[in-house]
Design a protein around this ligand. Structure first.
Ligand SMILES: [Fe+2]
Ligand SMILES: [Fe+2]
Length: 197
């Protein structure tokens, strides 16, 4: 049996008689589909997730992020005590990062044809995490660790729900989840090495 020549080029897929792999459309179909429902923007016929359900989940996550932004800023301004300077810097950084998460979620909601719900009247009720003021620096850190753990669980569930039906949303959620895990880890380390009250 002769070996295939090295660097042999595969036959072009458009060659007559070549079978298209399952799930891959021909050019004419792609072009025709893209012209249909053009007002849907980035959402095309092949989007297979439950769009309304995804938008709702993203809005719940958005509410959570804003409650976290507010809680971190409150803690940043109120932090007092020996360790306050170092911990304050963490609170501020996290507030800014949660704000960035909120921005990514809101952008995705709009891309999916939804509207970001930023109504402050219903924010805390819709948020997974709570707005806990904390009694002292250590308690603030503890409350933030709990809030991060809530966020981690809810993002993980959302990622499992979205699965591979909406890989862009999944990727955004995965990036946010990784940062929430970092946040939780930082606070867990802080609490473990805590000295004094
Ligand atoms: Fe976040
Ligand atoms: Fe976080």
């Amino acid at each position: 049996m002769s070996k295939p020549a090295k660097n042999a080029r595969p036959a072009p897929s458009s060659a007559a008689g070549t079978r298209r792999p399952a799930g891959i459309s021909d050019t004419a179909t792609l072009r025709a589909r893209a012209r249909k429902d053009i007002e849907d923007g980035a959402i095309t016929d092949t989007y297979s997730a439950d769009r309304k359900a995804v938008i709702k989940l993203l809005n719940d996550a958005l509410a959570t992020e804003y409650v976290c932004v507010l809680r971190y800023y409150r803690h940043y301004f109120m932090a007092k005590g020996m360790l306050a300077d170092a911990v304050k810097a963490e609170f501020l950084e996290h507030a800014q990062q949660e704000q960035a998460h909120a921005g990514k979620l809101a952008e995705r909601i709009v891309q999916l044809g939804g509207e970001p719900d930023l109504n402050p009247d219903t924010l805390t009720a819709r948020s997974h995490a709570e707005y806990k003021e904390g009694t002292d620096l250590r308690d603030m850190v503890r409350e933030n660790l709990i809030a991060e753990r809530i966020a981690i669980d809810s993002y993980r569930e959302m990622i499992n729900f979205v699965g591979d039906k909406d890989t862009t949303t999944k990727r955004i959620l995965e990036e946010i989840l990784a940062q929430e895990e970092e946040h939780a880890d930082e606070f867990a380390d802080l609490l473990e090495g805590w000295i004094g009250e």
